[in-house]
Design a protein. Structure first.
Length: 387
């Protein structure tokens, strides 16, 4: 069902279970579903979410009602199921609301419904050295939205993917990145060239090995996705190495909970400075979301400032920090592969730590191009494609 008068959304919601009965109580409406579930909805919640044209602007589907403009003790004078199977409510102040049952079930907040939603949310698929790398073809991603969606879901859930068959002309990366959304520009540009050069303003632009790290931990918001596209790779060495930072955090949480807690709570400053810029960010290495799940890893030892914490905490922080880096070096977590011309990596920069072995520029040219796209853009594109 998608009745515009009962659904203030761009999405449609499947009818999981029809409304089977409605009971009005003093401060809430009790909805009984055909599958025997019972969901209470407080009057305030229902009035706050009324989808009618007076409460929601039909063009933007954004709310214009502010709940403070409704009486706090507002009650329903009548509640029932209308001829289209919608929840219909007449309010004490004369207002009328209708709710699509698919939408109502999708937002029900009884314990069973909330647990069901939480269980169905996509979660990170943790991986180790035996990762079955998700690989996609450039032509399919550029021309087929169903293939594009499968790639983006893999980026979201696995955090590391490879695309093959990408043109090797400089700038080709921009076209595939824009299949997701606009590119996030940084002080390194829209597209940055990863090559060894004498006047390097980052260790990335040398032939050194780079230890496992996330890019731009010096920013309040680290880039969500990173692309690295191989144009030329004739030099000896330079293999790419990846670890799932979420898998390491989970292992640390289980094996050494004190160190895990320290990395979640004690902030560390990361710094990136050159002749023209000076970026600094103070934040914990492991960030948790509102549900207590690991949502971000912030790490680049070569960009880290001196630890600044209390005398009592300093040994704890060093112990935790050393253990985290030790774990990134353990073979059980590491995936290593040489990237060939026409291939690119796309990975979650706030989850998947990446590294590069040293290479010898005297043995051949090595030229990668990279760019960033924010994680929000990935998630938005997925939702639009799923509509």
């Amino acid at each position: 069902m998608n009745n515009a008068a009962a659904l203030a959304d761009f999405r449609t919601y499947p009818l999981i279970s029809a409304l089977n009965g409605v009971q009005a109580l003093a401060d809430r409406v009790l909805v009984k579903w055909a599958d025997n579930r019972v969901s209470p909805f407080h009057h305030q919640w229902l009035r706050d979410n009324c989808p009618c044209v007076q409460c929601v602007y039909t063009v933007t589907r954004e709310q214009v009602l502010e709940i403070v403009d409704v009486a706090q003790d507002l009650t329903a004078t009548d509640a029932g199921i209308d001829g289209q199977g919608c929840l219909s409510i007449d309010w004490q102040d004369g207002h009328h609301s209708r709710f699509d049952p698919g939408w109502l079930r999708a937002h029900a907040y009884d314990d069973e419904s909330r647990a069901e939603r939480l269980a169905s949310k996509p979660g990170a698929r943790l991986w180790h050295s035996d990762l079955a790398l998700p690989v996609f073809e450039y032509s399919a991603l550029m021309n087929d939205n169903s293939a594009l969606l499968q790639w983006l879901l893999a980026v979201r859930d696995v955090g590391l993917t490879q695309v093959r068959g990408v043109p090797t002309e400089p700038g080709s990366l921009k076209l595939i990145a824009q299949r997701i959304s606009f590119i996030r520009e940084s002080n390194f540009g829209v597209l940055f060239n990863v090559q060894s050069k004498a006047d390097a303003d980052s260790n990335a632009y040398t032939a050194f090995n780079l230890p496992l790290h996330s890019d731009l931990p010096t920013r309040e918001l680290q880039p969500g996705l990173q692309f690295l596209h191989c144009l030329v790779n004739d030099a000896e060495g330079g293999e790419s190495i990846f670890v799932d930072g979420f898998a390491i955090a989970q292992a640390l949480r289980e094996e050494d909970p004190g160190s895990f807690q320290a990395l979640c709570e004690i902030p560390v400053e990361f710094r990136n400075k050159d002749r023209h810029s000076d970026y600094r960010c103070l934040a914990p290495i492991i960030a948790l979301n509102a549900l207590g799940q690991v949502s971000e890893i912030r790490m680049a030892n070569f960009l880290r400032g001196p630890f600044d914490t209390s005398v009592e905490q300093m040994p704890t922080l060093y112990r935790a920090y050393r253990r985290f880096i030790e774990m990134t070096r353990e073979q059980r977590f590491r995936v290593m592969q040489r990237l060939n011309p026409g291939e690119l990596w796309c990975f979650d920069n706030r989850r998947t730590l990446h590294a590069r072995n040293a290479f010898d520029p005297a043995t051949g040219a090595r030229h990668f191009q990279g760019c960033y796209v924010d994680r929000d853009e990935l998630l938005s594109r997925i939702l639009v494609l799923q509509r």
